[in-house]
Design a protein around this ligand. Structure first.
Ligand code: ATP
Ligand code: MG
Length: 552
């Protein structure tokens, strides 16, 4: 069916008006509703009442010239420009030129008028005016979007960006509520910004989350007008059709927020931008969909910039931590090395200069000092290298299936061979479910550091108990001693590098063992806790899950 256009003929000659009417009604390509006026005053009155798509205007009217009327129409009546075709007489080229200068769409010489000429002129005028209107609309839309983009991208703080975006879109689309929903890596997700706080928002988003966890589903027709290609490209084709069923109401308009990745044609679906209109069904216009899409593109750029900034800031913090750590290492090395080095040097020079005067046992004692001090220096270097690897996230985690009962039995046996007889090493086990995927080297680090602490900080000896407990979901073990214990105030910091208790006195140490143990436990996805009472002893407990949650 053809569109019907309203056309007004303003001409004082009834015969001419009839001719134009006849010609136009014969047009096979367009249909018209034709209005007529025989003077300027009636023409003005009609234009005030009715919106005409095109006006045919005689150059000479009884009460006003065509040019004067055209001027009046433009100044006083037209809110949006209406195309005017001037009808001139033979030899009135000057009027025609003047009319075109004033903005008339076209002019036709009455005497030469043929049906096809008139039809074509009117059709062209309508077409041009439609294009003009579309152009204006596009310009206005681009202006609005540019302003919105500017506001959204003024901040580099993600929360602020999202809040500005929802507020701006609500203004642009004049809807009740706008939300941003962010997907989580597990295809769950949550609302991260809403222009209105309401329980309905929460309800709607719970739906999104529930549906996202369902896999499969057919292709549904989506009331929300989300372009299907975007969704499939985003790789969420499994949950998307179901997800969008939630929006299968004309009141919601949903567009994806895609972050661009460097891989060709592979955008990452970050989330959804949702406009919601609660009062009845709203028929969204195509330019509203386009506005939301374009805002979503701008929002994606802003999100990407904010994420980049956050990453750079995190890298900077990490860099600062590493620098602080390195300074600490330099300070510790120079401090911790000076004392044993002085002892080694003193022992070595005594041996060199006076060996002929020293008896066998004295020489052995000096050699013993050199060996012991060199060993502790070497251990310090080893520990610092281990901690450094953890700080740089470079520690390798290579889990294998392990029988922890056998593993710890062997370690305790080795310990028993070297430990002084002031100590009673007790090994207990509960439950027999002690198989686990673990990294031998890291588990050994945990054991060695905790056991060495238990022995070192129990200078008077006593019981040191190792208890291994296996359950269905985890393997736990603790090492408990009867040593000096740790002051409560010191306990919270002991898992940080270089932290030591204030009661250690002359017991040697650098404060790295517990930090290493903690990092090893965390690589297994487990936890480590400490319970201690001054003068009573210390118990350190490690829990390791059997189902590893980390990637390896
Ligand atoms: P090293 O790096 O040689 O292990 P360190 O033993 O001082 O030195 P950590 O093993 O990290 O370092 O222990 C940190 C601090 O925690 C110790 O200095 C000590 O004060 C306290 N601590 C740890 N285990 C015990 C324990 N079983 N009994 C008493 N204090 C302990
Ligand atoms: Mg230690």
């Amino acid at each position: 069916m053809l569109d019907t256009w309203t056309l007004l003929i303003i001409d004082d000659c009834a015969a001419d008006r009839n001719i134009y009417r006849r010609y136009l009604l014969k047009d096979p390509h367009q249909s018209y509703k034709i209005l007529e006026a025989d003077c300027a005053e009636d023409g003005l009155a009609l234009c005030q009442k009715i919106h005409c798509h095109v006006i045919l205007l005689d150059f000479c009217l009884p009460d006003m010239s065509g040019l004067e009327l055209f001027d009046k129409l433009k100044q006083e009546i037209f809110e949006i420009p209406v195309p005017v075709i001037m009808l001139t007489g033979r030899g009135d080229e000057e009027v025609a030129v003047q009319a075109m200068k004033q903005g008339a769409q076209d002019y036709l010489v009455k005497q030469y008028l043929k049906p096809d000429v008139l039809q074509l002129a009117v059709r062209n005028a309508i077409k041009q005016s439609c294009l003009q209107a579309q152009l204006c609309k596009n310009r206005e839309r681009q202006r609005l979007i540019a302003t919105t983009a500017l506001r959204i991208r003024q901040s580099l703080d993600l929360e602020q960006i999202l809040n500005t975006a929802v507020a701006e879109v609500q203004q642009l689309l004049k809807c009740n509520r706008v939300m941003v929903y962010q997907f989580a890596p597990d295809i769950g997700g949550k609302t991260v910004a809403s222009s209105v706080d309401s329980y309905q928002t929460i309800a709607l988003c719970n739906n999104i989350q529930d549906v996202c966890h369902q896999v499969g589903g057919e292709d549904h027709h989506w009331g929300c007008k989300l372009p299907i290609s975007d969704v499939y490209e985003a790789g969420l084709d499994n949950c998307y059709p179901n997800l969008l069923e939630q929006f299968n109401t004309k009141a919601n308009l949903v567009v994806p927020i895609n972050l661009s990745t460097h891989e060709k044609r592979k955008d990452k679906l970050w989330g959804l931008l949702i406009a919601h209109h609660s009062s009845g069904e709203r028929q969204w216009q195509s330019d509203e969909v386009e506005i939301l899409n374009e805002v979503s593109v701008q929002l994606a750029i802003a999100i990407q910039q904010a994420e980049l900034l956050a990453q750079t800031q995190a890298a900077l913090v990490k860099e600062k931590q590493l620098n602080a750590f390195k300074s600490k290492i330099v300070a510790t090395v120079s401090h911790e090395y000076r004392t044993p080095l002085t002892s080694i040097l003193a022992a070595a020079s005594t041996l060199i200069q006076h060996s002929h005067r020293l008896d066998e046992s004295k020489q052995q004692r000096l050699l013993g000092i050199i060996e012991q001090k060199a060993r502790s220096m070497s251990k310090l270097v080893d520990n610092m290298l281990v901690v450094n690897q953890f700080e740089l996230d470079k520690t390798k985690f290579k889990p294998i299936p392990l029988d922890l009962l056998q593993f710890f039995c062997d370690l305790i046996e080795q310990e028993r061979e070297t430990v002084s007889d002031r100590y009673q090493l007790i090994f207990k086990t509960t439950g027999n479910n002690t198989y686990l995927w673990g990294d031998r080297g890291l588990l050994q680090q945990i054991f060695v550091n905790l056991m060495s602490n238990a022995l070192k900080y129990s200078p008077h000896g006593g019981n040191v108990e190792f208890h291994l407990i296996g359950t269905d979901s985890e393997v736990m073990f603790y090492i408990k001693d009867e040593g000096i214990g740790i002051p409560i105030a010191d306990q919270k910091n002991l898992f940080k590098s270089f932290s030591r208790g204030s009661n250690v006195g002359t017991i040697p140490g650098t404060g790295l063992g517990l930090a290493i143990a903690k990092s090893c436990v965390e690589l297994h996805g487990g936890s480590i806790t400490l319970f201690s009472q001054m003068g009573q002893g210390t118990k350190v407990t490690v829990s390791l899950p059997k189902q590893l949650t980390c990637d390896y």
